[in-house]
Design a protein around this ligand. Structure first.
Ligand code: G4P
Ligand code: NA
Ligand code: NA
Length: 193
């Protein structure tokens, strides 16, 4: 997605060869026009598929799931990272964050994922893939069908994409970073959408 790549070049901050800060338009302050365009782009990439629900994980996937779900005219659900105080039956999976060196539990109420669902996962970053593989497992617990994963930014030098593909998952990323260093970001160029 050209406008997204340009925005990353312009306003993204490479903190190291591993970490890209996009707080100016995506992760803290949010550009709503770009966000809605991203939702349209995901809907277009997966056109022809039947999707009944969009799934993401709190917090920074939520606005992209919202934009995508609006484009598709379906609900979206976000997995929670904290235990709910209500005693609801949940699907639940442990996720290990390499970035934070901690394991946390993600969960979704059993009310909002069903075997009839055909689900598109959306998230801001595809990095190690740990969080996204957790979402894939939640869908498996529910007996729902996974249509694919849409990532806004993929760090292609990290293992997330290949882990998902090894699990048979279709991955669509709107900006794929081949490599980066402070002041320099190289994208994997794809055929124009
Ligand atoms: P992941 O590939 O499944 O996302 O797992 P990983 O453990 O590598 O990433 C942990 C968290 O860090 C995730 O956010 C992910 O979106 C974020 N992240 C990974 N790489 C980058 C990066 O280069 N830049 C930025 N800004 N974020 C990155 P999270 O745990 O879901 O937290 P939240 O921010 O959504 O609340
Ligand atoms: Na995230
Ligand atoms: Na994040």
């Amino acid at each position: 997605m050209k406008t997204l790549q340009e925005r990353i070049q312009q306003d993204g901050e490479v903190l190291s060869s591993q970490v890209l800060k996009v707080d100016a338009f995506l992760n803290h302050q949010v550009d709503p026009v770009l966000t809605m365009d991203i939702g349209q782009a995901f809907a277009q990439r997966f056109q022809g598929e039947t999707i009944t629900k969009v799934l993401t994980i709190e917090a920074s996937g939520i606005h992209f799931a919202m934009a995508t779900a609006l484009a598709l005219r379906v609900p979206f659900v976000y997995a929670k990272k904290k235990k709910a105080v209500t005693q609801e039956a949940v699907y639940s999976v442990p996720v290990h964050s390499f970035t934070r060196q901690e394991t946390y539990q993600i969960s979704v109420s059993q009310k909002y994922l069903s075997p009839d669902d055909q689900i598109l996962i959306v998230d801001d970053f595809l990095a190690t893939g740990a969080a996204l593989l957790g979402l894939v497992e939640l869908i498996q617990q529910a007996g729902a069908r996974l249509v694919g994963v849409g990532a806004v930014i993929e760090k292609s030098f990290q293992p997330g994409r290949s882990l998902l593909e090894q699990a048979g998952v279709r991955v669509e990323s709107l900006a794929r970073i081949a490599e980066m260093s402070p002041g320099q970001i190289t994208f994997i160029e794809e055929a124009e959408e």
